[in-house]
Design a protein around this ligand. Sequence first.
Ligand code: GLV
Length: 340
Amino acid sequence: MSTDDGITGASELPRVLVTRQIPKPGLTALHGGAEYTVLAGRWPPSREQLLYAVEPGFWGILSTLTEPIDAEVMDACPGLRVVSNMAVGYDNIDVEAATKRRILVTNTPGVLTETTADFAWTLLMAAARCLPAASRYLREGQWRTWEPEALLGQDIAGATIGIIGMGRIGAAMAQRARGFGMKVLYYDPVPRLEVAREVGAYYRDLPDLLRDADFVSVHVPLTPQTRGLFGAEQFALMKPTAVFVNTSRGPVVDQRALSDALRDKVIFAAGLDVFETEPLPLDDPLLTLDNVVLTPHIASASVATRNRMATLAADNLLTVARGQRPQHLVNPAAWGKDLF
Ligand code: GLV
């Protein structure tokens, strides 16, 4: 029996813990292939709730990026074989601990690429054209007349964009930039020659890119190498007219340094969907600034994309349940036919 109210019954199917309510197509995809238990409620489980819920009988966990899945969680589930994250990022999972235990970790790349790039572009345009300040100006009754010199932003068409991370989403950003007649530079710690050639992007090392770019958009995963990649030193290299966009992970950026750079007009504006701490605390200095567009980690949040992510997360689990290697395996070292 499969339920979405926390009740489960006996069956031969592999038991899966779904840590949050996810879009229905994801649960529908699990029907018949797994016996699943969904932790009820709109909010993510607390650490205590999660540890209470995981039981030795679970074979799989379908998680979202809000749940840290670490060694303690894994050890509470000795039969655990797969953690399927409904996200492209998987920094919430201790992949090393999983690999040591031969637990497969999967993610959902590809299905959110265009939606995420669309949203990064939305932030880029909104920040460049002073949307928060313009909206406040109108709502607060400051709009008396058309003004030749009020709310002046930065041009996008024909400008230079620097893309940090030329993976799928970075490449989708480059394609959008080409449509705006922009020059596209990129920096990536991993060589991306082929995809860069395809999208017409030129490699620069990070300092050179930051000096040359009018827009900088970040699309790297959070890893020990990318944590803190942007700090005061990097913002100081950027143009005072530059716009910074982050839809990747908050800790890639030293947020205090970014607030200071925005406050002191070291850079012109920013568009941020991700933060060091989520939700963004309401006393964060970023909230006092008009030259930053702030959104609550929604870059992949379209109806169709979230449905696709949920379905793919379910499919990743079911592929393993059939004894096959999942397409989006994050830790190939854990894979082996002897798992079954
Ligand atoms: C969202 O941030 C994701 O990693 O899918």
